[in-house]
Ligand binder design. Sequence first.
Ligand code: AMP
Ligand code: FE
Ligand code: FE
Ligand code: ZN
Length: 281
Amino acid sequence: MLLSRLERSYADLHIHTVFSDGTFTPREVVREAKKLSIGAVSITDHDSVDGIDEGMGAGQELGIEVVSGVELSAWVDDQEIHILGYLIDHQDAELAETLERLRESRKRRAKEIVSKLKDMGMSLRTEEVMEEAGLGSVGRPHIAEVLVSKGYVKDYREAFFRLIGDDCPAYVPKLELSPEEVFAIIKRAGGLAVLAHPGLKARDELIPQLAGQGLDGIEVWYGQDETTAGHYREIAMQYGLLMTGGSDCHGAGRGGPLLGTVKVPYSVVEGLKRAKLDKAM
Ligand code: AMP
Ligand code: FE
Ligand code: FE
Ligand code: ZN
């Protein structure tokens, strides 16, 4: 694939689409990357790889490299952490089955959240939430959207702050996989496992333990200041972990950073590819 030098120089390796809780389609992600001169993106939907083929197709047309990815949740004690899988074989049948199982459990959980909200006097229907999720793995952001549209909260943030956030009354946890189970899912599909946004959810003390269990890398570049990035760069070097990063873009109106706001050197993509090859040898 022919890419200009400018386009080759940056990547954004953490992006959600309509196949989970993002608002962009995979094609829109690629178009946006093209506009911003970002040469490589990874589509990392929660519990889904369904957007990757569309992204890769658009990427071929527009000369943007699309790296396969997925974001899974794991639990250490009571703490949920997020693990990204990169360069997975997204067409692997066993992976598809596992992800389907995770998405089914998300549906059951959405029903439970709706029922808790009902007990609190808010009448949502699970069907409305599923409609909001559309093609995507259903999650709290979709419930938040319905809560906003029905006027139970004034915005998305309030929904998380008051009702469905981690410590809130209508919170229900997702299926509790261990980090080792998540690493096994990613590795079986030929991928590399990277700890997402360390510091936001995962405590630093967990990193040595995760590294011992098969973690390959950590996100160093994500919406944060240079001091924090430096801190995780040091930890990565200490434990021999790959360094990756991305914006964790969820699209418009979802409160978080947007595509391209975190610019990762393209060499990170090359590092991931090299690591995958090394493992295969
Ligand atoms: P779920 O996977 O269903 O537990 O939903 C988690 C998703 O909700 C995250 O990936 C974010 O997209 C979003 N989210 C989590 N906490 C917040 C928050 N406090 N404010 C806004 N969005 C959040
Ligand atoms: Fe999300
Ligand atoms: Fe995450
Ligand atoms: Zn994410």
